[in-house]
Design a protein around this ligand. Structure first.
Ligand code: 6PG
Length: 244
């Protein structure tokens, strides 16, 4: 199914998706140097866990290159970095610590901050200082990994939440009433300025939303993830999510 913005690659299993995603990160690292590091944003939830295990178990010999990347997060829950629900903890334990990624190359959101809006502002300033910008003053990531929830959210851009309308390029604190919580999330301008966005989406439970999205003719988009308008957005799907 052709889509005006999205392309898709279908793999037999979630493990094959994880291996392809890990390879994409390693390839990105191959283009980085100490003088010209590259910036990557990691996704959260459960899907990236398998990718991080592949990096830890199969790419230790690529660690030197992987240490040249700078690691950010597309979103974080309102929990401390050591909390079991933390996206930072998932990546830190998954591969950042095991592969000895230097701390100065990690830019973790502090979901445990008492003032999430102030933390979002701090992260936005850190982004502006570290990540090269385009002419519109938007930080341009080299690679952003994202997931998709069953409601079609991505990062922490949930249906009906204020962050969907925020146009400033950076992080915002976003109240998610349907989860009874707050999140930190990148806004669409940053997601859409990235050189490459990779959506990791596996499991038959998501096949209906994937089918709606890729079958979207010229009807109005329905899901927050359809707000992705970057020049290179590729979905890595397993057969379950692809409805194969
Ligand atoms: C989060 C994520 C979120 C996630 C989707 C998919 O913090 O939960 O950033 O956007 O990618 O909810 O989650 P699963 O991978 O668990 O299906």
């Amino acid at each position: 199914m052709a889509h005006p913005v999205f392309t898709q690659q279908v793999f037999s299993t979630p493990q094959a998706v994880a291996e392809a995603a890990a390879r994409m990160l390693v390839d990105e690292a191959g283009g980085a140097t100490a003088e010209h590091p590259r910036h990557v944003a990691l996704s959260g939830g459960s899907t990236p866990k398998a990718m991080y295990e592949v990096l830890r178990q199969q790419h230790a010999n690529d660690a030197k290159a992987l240490r040249l990347l700078h690691y950010w997060w597309g979103d974080e829950r309102s929990v401390p970095n050591g909390h079991e629900d933390s996206n930072v903890k998932l990546a830190a334990e998954g591969f950042l610590k095991p592969l000895a990624i230097p701390a100065p190359h990690q830019h973790p959101p502090d979901g445990g901050a008492s003032d999430l809006a102030a933390e979002a502002d701090r992260l936005t300033r850190e982004l502006a200082e570290a990540v090269p910008m385009n002419e519109q003053g938007v930080p341009v990531f080299d690679l952003i990994f994202l997931g998709m929830g069953g409601d079609g959210h991505t990062a922490s851009l949930f249906p009906g939440t204020v962050a969907l309308e925020r146009s400033e390029p950076g992080f915002v604190a976003n109240e998610v009433p349907q989860l009874g919580t707050w999140r930190l999330t990148l806004t669409y301008p940053v997601l859409n300025a990235a050189k490459k966005v990779v959506v990791l989406c596996t499991g038959a439970g998501k096949a209906g939303v994937v089918r709606d999205i890729f079958g979207r003719g010229d009807e109005a988009p329905v899901y927050p993830i359809e707000g992705l308008r970057g020049k290179n957005v590729v979905w890595l799907l397993d057969e379950g999510a692809a409805g194969a």
